[in-house]
Design a protein around this ligand. Structure first.
Ligand code: CO
Length: 162
C-alpha cells in the first residue's frame, strides 16, 4: 500500500464527473488499498477517487471509532433516501474549512465491491452524510457548493474546543 497525494481546493479535477469502473483488476485493488491508507492517515471518514486525482467512481468510507472498518464502494448510487439532518461537514480536500450542510438522515446505496459483486447498504446519521458527500464528489460536486453556509473562524474554534 502507498499513500496518495490528496488534491486540494481549486484543483479542477474536483469539478469533473467520474466514469464507471469496468475492470475489477489489480489496479483497482491497489487504488482501494491506497485510498483507505490515505484516508486513515489524514484522519478522514471518507475519500473519493477524484480526491487522489483518479476520475473513476470509487469511494472509501470508515466511520468506525478505531478506523478499522473500511467500506469500499465501486460505482455507488443512491437508490433511496428519507428524512433530513443538518450538521457540520468538512472535506480532506478543504482543510480547515467547514460548512453547515443539509443531508437526508437515511440513505440506501447500491454499489459493487472490489470484485464487481453488487450489494446494497443502508446508513443513517454520519454514514448517510458520508454516502452523500462522497457520491457528490464522483459527480464533481463539493460540499461548499451544497452548504447552507460556511462556518466562521470563531465557530470553527468553538467546534474544535468541544
Ligand atoms: Co470530500
Amino acid at each position: 500500500m502507498a499513500l496518495r497525494n490528496i488534491v486540494k481546493d481549486g484543483d479542477e479535477v474536483l469539478t469533473k464527473k467520474c466514469r464507471n469502473v469496468v475492470k475489477f483488476d489489480k489496479k483497482l485493488h491497489t487504488l482501494l488499498d491506497d485510498m483507505a491508507e490515505t484516508m486513515h492517515r489524514a484522519n478522514g471518514v471518507g475519500l473519493a477517487a477524484p480526491q487522489v486525482g483518479i476520475l473513476r467512481r470509487v469511494v472509501v468510507i470508515d466511520i468506525s471509532p478505531d478506523q478499522d472498518e473500511v467500506l469500499e464502494l465501486v460505482n455507488p448510487r443512491i437508490i433511496a433516501y428519507s428524512g433530513e439532518q443538518e450538521g457540520n461537514e468538512g472535506c480532506l480536500s478543504f482543510p480547515g474549512q467547514w460548512g453547515i450542510v443539509k443531508r437526508p438522515d437515511y440513505v440506501k446505496v447500491r454499489a459493487q465491491d472490489r470484485f464487481g459483486e453488487e450489494f446494497e447498504m443502508e446508513g443513517t446519521a454520519l454514514l448517510a452524510r458520508a454516502f452523500c458527500h462522497e457520491i457528490d464528489h464522483l459527480n464533481g460536486v463539493v460540499f461548499k457548493e451544497v452548504a447552507e453556509r460556511m462556518l466562521t473562524p470563531k465557530e470553527i474554534e468553538e467546534m474544535n474546543a468541544k
